[in-house]
Design a protein around this ligand. Structure first.
Ligand SMILES: *Cc1c(COP(=O)(O)O)cnc(C)c1O
Length: 394
């Protein structure tokens, strides 16, 4: 009997899922840097364009290397279908705009990655889509925000930068009841620790730029959902508006997936040690980490996540202290990315969240003393030493 990849464990899926070998029997996935494809006859071209025969047509529609990445990620997520995009933001943009028309309404968690918030607050309203932001942690807030024209919910959980966790199953139930689709941005949890589709979500989006690349090289994104939804809501937008992922980036991201589980688990072990060291320091007012029992939604974390992830947020009281901390770091870089092998820390107030109106920042609890750290793969003892020294200097 032939092996069914769906029976494979996570680690096997990550290394071998989606592999489609050419006649040469290459072990590493082939990189198909080709824009278009030749047909053996005019009739064959006709059949392919009509959708009556399988095969590739043009890089904007699909590519063999990109399809291997899509198939591997779909297998990992347990999704029927996956479409790769040029960045996490093009994934979010397409995932939402495929679900709404002028006159429709979206409800979104108010704590979101800055660009995701801009799409909901500024971009979609230009096309007649109404939006409401809610405290995503409270299912009653979602229910109260619903209108007759609500077509989509957007959740980021854990959310950037203060790691609020939304009960995805409860919000999915409300979405189902009213006939809206729930889109979950699963970047912070990674596909290793949280499966939004299994919790009831309709669509999952990733910035593959983060943990999936994991070594800070390329941009990429993905939309995962049922095959019917991908076909009806997203196929044509992806074909005709052009957010295709470069085959080279797909090839880099396929390599990233092979080691995703190893890297994310090690980053999580490191993050737990760093979070404990931060929590124990007298200069720190508050630390938030999904792997600690004092996380504000620790109960929800336990229900829906199988690991704490690699991001830690902590409050040093004011901007001057946060900047002194950052400037005293010797190993950890000052940078706004996350999920990289290299540890990095940022001051959200003056970087990632500076374009968010001040009142909105304060509403999500983001004051100017917070630092967000993405913990990498360096030795935990070197990281805790660097962080403790910088906290002394803060
Ligand atoms: C980085 C990020 C994005 C955007 O991804 P890009 O690949 O940078 O476009 C979206 N959502 C979250 C939660 C992110 O961390």
């Amino acid at each position: 009997m032939a092996e069914d990849p769906k029976d494979w464990q996570l680690e096997t899926r990550l290394v071998r899922g989606g592999m489609a070998r050419t006649e040469y029997g290459e072990i590493s996935e082939a990189l198909f840097l080709t824009q278009s494809f030749a047909y053996e006859s005019a009739a064959a071209a006709n059949a392919r364009f009509a959708g009556a025969a399988p095969g590739f047509i043009y890089q904007r529609f699909g590519n063999p290397t990109t399809q291997m990445f899509e198939d591997r990620l779909a297998l990992l997520e347990g999704a029927e279908a996956c479409r790769a995009t040029s960045s996490g933001m093009s994934a979010v943009q397409v995932a939402l705009s495929g679900l709404v028309r002028a006159g429709d309404h979206i409800v979104a968690g108010r704590a979101l990655f800055g660009s995701c918030r801009w799409i909901v607050a500024e971009w979609l309203p230009r096309f007649g889509v109404e939006t409401t932001f809610v405290d995503a942690v409270e299912p009653s807030e979602w229910r109260n925000a619903v209108r007759p024209n609500t077509k989509a919910f957007l959740v980021e959980s854990p959310a950037n930068p203060l790691l609020e966790v939304t009960p995805i199953g409860a919000v999915a139930d409300i979405a189902k009841e009213i006939g809206a689709k729930l889109v979950v941005d699963n970047v912070f949890a990674t596909p290793i620790y949280q499966k939004p589709l299994a919790l009831g979500a309709d669509v999952v989006v990733y910035s593959a730029t983060k943990h999936i690349d994991g070594q800070g090289r390329v941009l990429g994104g993905a939309i995962l959902a049922g095959a019917k939804l991908i076909d009806e809501a997203y196929r044509d937008i992806l074909r005709h508006t052009g957010p295709a992922l470069s085959p080279f980036n797909s090839w880099v991201l396929l390599k990233g997936l092979e080691t995703l589980e190893l890297r994310v688990r090690r980053q999580t072990e490191n993050a737990a040690r760093v979070a404990d060291a931060i929590a124990a320091h007298s200069k720190v007012r508050k630390v938030v980490y999904c792997g600690r029992p004092d996380h504000p939604q620790a109960g929800i974390v336990a229900n829906q996540m199988s690991g704490g992830g690699n991001v830690v947020a902590f409050d040093l009281g004011d901007q001057a202290a946060a900047w002194r901390f950052l400037d005293a770091l010797q190993i950890v870089d000052i940078s706004n990315n996350l999920g990289d092998a290299k540890s990095m820390a940022t001051h959200p107030w003056t970087t990632t969240h500076r374009s968010m109106p001040e009142a909105d920042r304060l509403e999500i609890g983001l004051t100017d003393g917070w630092v967000r750290m993405s913990v990498g793969l360096e030795a935990a003892q070197d990281l805790t030493r660097d962080v403790e020294r910088a906290l002394d200097a803060a």
